[in-house]
Design a protein around this ligand. Structure first.
Ligand code: GDP
Length: 293
C-alpha cells in the first residue's frame, strides 16, 4: 500500500504538537485495543521525548479480552504505564484519571523543586484519527457533545478544561498521522477508519481481514456467514462469503467489491464479535530490531 501524506501538512502538525507538548505535564496516548501497536506512531517517541506518558487502550469492548490482557502485560513489561478504557460505556475513566494525575505529578515535583508554585497537572490527549479522542475528552469533562474538531487547518483559541481539582486537560487533542512503514499497519488502520476510504482499496483491506479471521477466529466466520468449512485459500474464502451473501455480478460470479463492503461493514458494526487484529507476538521481532537499530 502506498499512502503518502503531504510533507508540508506533516511538518505543520508536528510543530503544533510540539508547541502543545511544551505546555503539559502528562501525555495521554490513545491506542486502539484491537491494534495497540499499529495505532501508535513511533514519531511520538521523538516529539514527546522525556514527557511522562500514559497509554490509554481504547475500545477494549471491541477487542478480544485475552489478547488485550496480553497487550497490557506486554506494555508493562516494557516499562510503560497502561490503562484499559471503554469510553463508549464510560469504563476505566477513573483509573485513567488517577493514573494521569500520579504520572503528571512527576513533572510537577520537578517544577516545585525549581520553586514554581504547585498547580493541578496538565494533560493532553493524543492519537490517530478515530481512536476516540473526542469521546474520551467529553467523557472526562462530562459533556455530551464536543466542539472539538479533527479538521486540519481549523485554528481556534485553546482552552484548559477542568477535569477535577487534580487535573486540567487541553481541549484540543493532538492528532497523530497514521504511520505505516509496514503493509499490515496500513491495512489495520484502514479497517478501523483511521485512514480515509479514498486512500485504500477496499478489496485488499477486506482480504487482509479475512486472512486474519481465517487464522484466528474461524468459528466467528463460520457463524456469521453460515459456512460449513473454511477454505485454506483466502481468496476462495472471500468468494465463499460473497456467494453466501448474494454479492454477484451475474449468476455464479462474485462481485468482490460488494463482498468487501459486506465484510468491512460487518467488522466495523461489531457483527463478527470481539476481534483483535494483532498480538504482542506479531510485534516482538520488529520492536527488537527497531530498538537494536
Ligand atoms: P477521534 O477521531 O479520535 O476524536 O474519535 P471519536 O471520539 O470521534 O470516536 C470515533 C468513534 O469511535 C465514534 O463513533 C465513537 O463513538 C467510537 N468510540 C470511541 N470510544 C469508544 C469505545 O471505547 N468503544 C467503542 N465501541 N467505541 C468508541
Amino acid at each position: 500500500m502506498t499512502i503518502q501524506w503531504f510533507p508540508g501538512h506533516m511538518a505543520k502538525a508536528n510543530r503544533e504538537l510540539k508547541e502543545n507538548l511544551g505546555k503539559i505535564d502528562v501525555v495521554i496516548e490513545l491506542v486502539d485495543a484491537r491494534l495497540p501497536q499499529a495505532s501508535r506512531n513511533p514519531m511520538l517517541n521523538e516529539t514527546a521525548a522525556g514527557k511522562p506518558r500514559v497509554i490509554a487502550m481504547m475500545k477494549t469492548d471491541l477487542a478480544d479480552p485475552e489478547v488485550t490482557k496480553a497487550w497490557h502485560a506486554f506494555f508493562e513489561e516494557r516499562g510503560e504505564t497502561v490503562v484499559n478504557v471503554n469510553a463508549k460505556h464510560g469504563k476505566g475513566l477513573k483509573d485513567l484519571l488517577n493514573t494521569a494525575v500520579e504520572v503528571g505529578k512527576q513533572t510537577q515535583a520537578r517544577l516545585i523543586e525549581k520553586g514554581v508554585s504547585p498547580r493541578a497537572p496538565r494533560a493532553m490527549v493524543i492519537g490517530v484519527p478515530n481512536v476516540g479522542k473526542s469521546t474520551l475528552i467529553n467523557q472526562l469533562i462530562n459533556k455530551k457533545t464536543a466542539n472539538i474538531g479533527d479538521t486540519p487547518g481549523v485554528t481556534r483559541q485553546q482552552q484548559w478544561l477542568k477535569v477535577n481539582q487534580n487535573l486540567d486537560l487541553l481541549d484540543t487533542p493532538g492528532i497523530l498521522w497514521p504511520k505505516f512503514e509496514y503493509e499490515d499497519v496500513g491495512n489495520k488502520l484502514a479497517l478501523v477508519k483511521a485512514i480515509k476510504e479514498e486512500r485504500f482499496i477496499a478489496q485488499d483491506v477486506a482480504l487482509f481481514l479475512i486472512n486474519i479471521l481465517k487464522e484466528r477466529y474461524p468459528e466467528l466466520l463460520k457463524d456469521r456467514y453460515k459456512l460449513d468449512e473454511i477454505p485454506e485459500d483466502g481468496v476462495e474464502l472471500f468468494e465463499a462469503i460473497g456467494l453466501k451473501r448474494g454479492c454477484l455480478i451475474r449468476k455464479g460470479d462474485v462481485d468482490f467489491e460488494k463482498a468487501a463492503g459486506v465484510v468491512l461493514t460487518d467488522f466495523r458494526n461489531e457483527k463478527l464479535g470481539k476481534i483483535s487484529l494483532e498480538t504482542p507476538n506479531d510485534w516482538k521481532e520488529r520492536l527488537t530490531e527497531e530498538s537494536e537499530a
